[in-house]
Design a binder for this molecule. Sequence first.
Ligand SMILES: [Zn+2]
Length: 157
Amino acid sequence: MKYHTHLIIGATAGIIIASHTGQFIPLFAIIGGVAGVMPDMDIYADKAHIAAHRGAWSHSLLASVIAAALSFIPLYYFGYGMFSVYVSLTVFSAFFLHAIADTLTYSGTYLLYPLSKWRYKGFVKYNNPVANALLILLCLALLILLTPLRDYLGIGF
Ligand SMILES: [Zn+2]
């Protein structure tokens, strides 16, 4: 999917996690947004012929766990306690949702690597405007349903 779609998906994950854990929502929106676009930094590794774009090392369960651990360990070490847990949960969610979103594309991802070596593939090009717009609308719907935004909008249930 497109860069801004991954950014919005990651930020959405961060906002939802922050709103349910009492964390500072704008900070977690940024953490989620940054983590959401990180897997595509592998494009530079691909250009340098180091590793293929959308490979298992950047777009997979394994990559998501490693990214979460890399964010958790230093924060926890320096005494940030539960904040470290929420940050690593946001990083994991943003990374894994990135890999899930990219399974919609022709090239797909090794989503469940190393549990499965299957390459999950979809049926659209990464920049398909309808697929990208639907994912962004889904994020908007989740933000309304799962965050205090529903109270501001007066949707009570
Ligand atoms: Zn990607």
